[in-house]
Write a protein that binds this ligand. Sequence first.
Ligand code: NAI
Ligand SMILES: CCCCCC(=O)/C=C/C=C\C=C\C=C\[C@@H](O)[C@@H](O)CCCC(=O)O
Length: 258
Amino acid sequence: MALVGKIAAVTGAGKGIGQALTETLLKNGAKVALLDVNEAAGKSLAEALGKQYGQDKVLFINCNVESDEQMKAAFQKIIETFEAIDIFCNNAGILNETQWEKTISINLMGVIRGAYLALEHMNKLTGGRGGVILNTASMAGLGPLLSCPAYTASKHGVVGFTRAMGAASAASGYGVRFNALCPGFVQTDLFNNIQGNLGQFSHLRDAAQLLIDKMGTMTASEVVECVIELLTDETKNGEVFYVYPQGTSYVTFPSMVK
Ligand SMILES: NC(=O)C1=CN([C@@H]2O[C@H](COP(=O)(O)OP(=O)(O)OC[C@H]3O[C@@H](n4cnc5c(N)ncnc54)[C@H](O)[C@@H]3O)[C@@H](O)[C@H]2O)C=CC1
Ligand SMILES: CCCCCC(=O)/C=C/C=C\C=C\C=C\[C@@H](O)[C@@H](O)CCCC(=O)O
């Protein structure tokens, strides 16, 4: 599936990995709706990208992924403006162990909400034209990040949800692929602000720092460069893609069936 002419939407598009996803999609010829709760960041990015790629290629929508009403309205606006949606990047996320319910609400419930609403517009069985849904999980969706248990739980949830939806979609004939992106540490605001957001696990900050020193960090652009394949390769469905400073790999899981 080529990206030229495709219609995409990215949540948490105003900064960090979402910004890099947005820029890469535009660079490859897609039109992009930028969804973010941070109006200042999202709007100014959309304005700058509009000047670079054309105002008809970008649309900013102020939208909180925790709100069913705002998300439904965002999809309506995307369809009104661009007529369809082919690519949905469920990317918005926070790391805040002092607010574990909000962490689950945004990182996991927001992803499930976004996927189900996107599917209503993308499902080939209900008049959509198919496409791909990319969920940003984390390496913390594959193994425990000791200083962030709630964040770890949210990301394991995203990995499980993506795998189940990939299988459900293939078995049902929706024509929509589901893949999960699992980056290691990425230099963004979320990463730079972790020290103040560990709450009752603040005493484990040195252990977290040791892991960061051991694993190294990446820029958001370096991560996103590796992701194009997940969006364009029609054979990739239900995949969990690990991106780390030394390379990339598709994660394999134990088979539950003998
Ligand atoms: N930075 C890192 O080391 C890693 C980040 N991730 C994941 O990547 C995703 C993006 O994170 P970063 O770019 O690092 O964070 P960031 O903090 O730089 O950007 C997150 C964006 O999401 C937006 N956002 C937050 N809550 C929202 C909500 N309720 N509704 C709509 N937008 C909302 C923010 O306003 C911001 O623009 C997250 O899901 C995060 O968990 C995964 C692995 C590593
Ligand atoms: C604390 C900052 C979090 C930033 C956001 C994020 O999602 C980054 C995640 C990056 C890496 C997660 C790594 C998890 C590793 C565990 O699986 C651990 O068990 C690996 C232990 C390796 C070792 O030898 O110490």
